[in-house]
Design a protein around this ligand. Structure first.
Ligand SMILES: [Zn+2]
Length: 391
């Protein structure tokens, strides 16, 4: 039977509705089916019919999210993306077909003092190895993203002053990465905590949420802030630098030049510094959690203090931003069963009641892989010309 595509015909209306569903998914990435109806102004029944048809054609993926919500996303069928997590002591590279399923992931240690071009040369070797192992040609790469543990200005592209990697200060990170990596596409760069937030939003603990604070608690301590479903980075890229919120005026001096910052008491490094005096060596978070489970009171106290200090700073963040969800990521996520309940209690005591009652704190779902997945999501978003960011 011939379909009637004249304007105003039922079939033209169907095509238009279907296009608006696809357009909403392109613009917002994954969406709960209920939000898809709100976003497009279509009825729930119409959206349900269209999504079922798109899924049968393999154009969208449907998954079950929290609260039995159905989460819809465009199927990752077009081209491959490369994600790079350029960390403080490591570089991780991953290749994916724009989904959270990685085709290859490789990791190499790196000296924090290495020059930016030197570090990127390591990344280039890893990217080439990863593409080779996944059997993908350079020319099949349609997007590339990279996370850095430093503030990156979205207007100038340059790395800010306040980073943990001094050799990157002032560098146009995307331009240099694009030049050194020599892929057929430009490399997009953002702060790693922002990318962790993006990954948890798209594939992890924050699916379907729109106002989220993601805490990256590893060597340093930063946050990625999602407002209205988009990552907010601020005028110079320093939004979310919660690690330098002052929580103890007489406390340890911080690498930022001030004293008593949250990072000096609640990062994985701070935990190691605290416990070194009791244990004689600096433990990893996993080791401290093991010892606490075996009854070591110093380890338990130190982990609980991390939860209290971070909870106090988060209470202020709740008063300012009123998020619905706080996601604890980074190395400290391994201590989530200890620190998360304390954060939640501290927020309940210290934030205004309306903000405290509307927020849940939970552990990340993507673990240490959140940053590299965020780099994949950034690359995919550029391919989809999706406004996942605030500008
Ligand atoms: Zn500081």
């Amino acid at each position: 039977m011939m379909r009637d595509h004249r304007p105003g015909s039922p079939s033209a209306l169907h095509d238009r509705n279907r296009a608006s569903v696809v357009e909403a998914l392109r613009a917002r990435g994954s969406l709960a089916q209920a939000d898809l109806a709100r976003e497009t102004g279509l009825s729930a029944a119409t959206v349900s019919t269209i999504v079922r048809a798109l899924a049968e054609e393999g154009l969208v993926d449907v998954a079950n999210g929290p609260g039995r919500r159905r989460i819809v996303d465009l199927a990752g069928s077009v081209g491959y993306t490369v994600g790079i997590d350029y960390g403080y002591r490591h570089i991780t590279v991953a290749v994916s077909a724009r989904t959270r399923d990685l085709l290859c992931e490789l990791r190499s240690p790196v000296d924090p003092r290495i020059s930016a071009p030197g570090g990127l040369a390591v990344a280039r070797r890893l990217v080439r190895d990863a593409l080779d192992r996944a059997g993908i040609g350079r020319d099949e790469v349609v997007g590339a993203g990279m996370g850095l543990p430093v503030p990156v200005s979205r207007s100038t592209g340059r790395v800010g002053l306040d980073g943990i990697l001094p050799s990157w200060t002032g560098i146009d990170a995307a331009a240099l990465a694009s030049e050194v990596l020599d892929l057929p596409v430009a490399v997009s760069v953002d702060n790693d905590a922002n990318l962790g937030a993006l990954a948890e939003l798209r594939w992890g603990a924050a699916i379907g949420a729109s106002d989220v604070v993601y805490l990256a608690m590893s060597e340093g301590l930063g946050a990625g802030i999602v407002l209205g479903g988009r990552v907010y980075s601020g005028s110079a890229g320093t939004a979310g630098e919660i690690g330098h919120v002052r929580v103890d005026g007489a406390g340890r001096s911080c690498r930022c030049g001030r004293r008593g910052c949250l990072e000096t008491v609640a990062s994985a490094q701070a935990l190691a510094t605290t416990l070194r005096q009791f244990l004689g060596e600096a433990p990893t978070v996993a080791k401290a959690v093991d010892l606490a489970r075996l009854g070591d009171l110093d380890c338990r106290d130190a982990l609980e203090a991390v939860g209290r200090y971070a909870g106090a700073a988060l209470a202020d963040a709740c008063n300012l931003l009123n998020p619905e969800l706080i996601v604890v990521g980074g190395e400290m996520a391994q201590a989530a069963h200890i620190v998360v309940p304390i954060m939640q209690r501290t927020i309940a005591r210290q934030a205004i009641p309306g903000a405290a009652q509307s927020v849940r704190v939970r552990a990340c779902k993507l673990g240490q892989r959140a940053h590299v997945l965020g780099a994949i999501a950034l690359a995919a978003a550029n391919v989809e010309t999706s406004p996942v960011f605030d500008s």
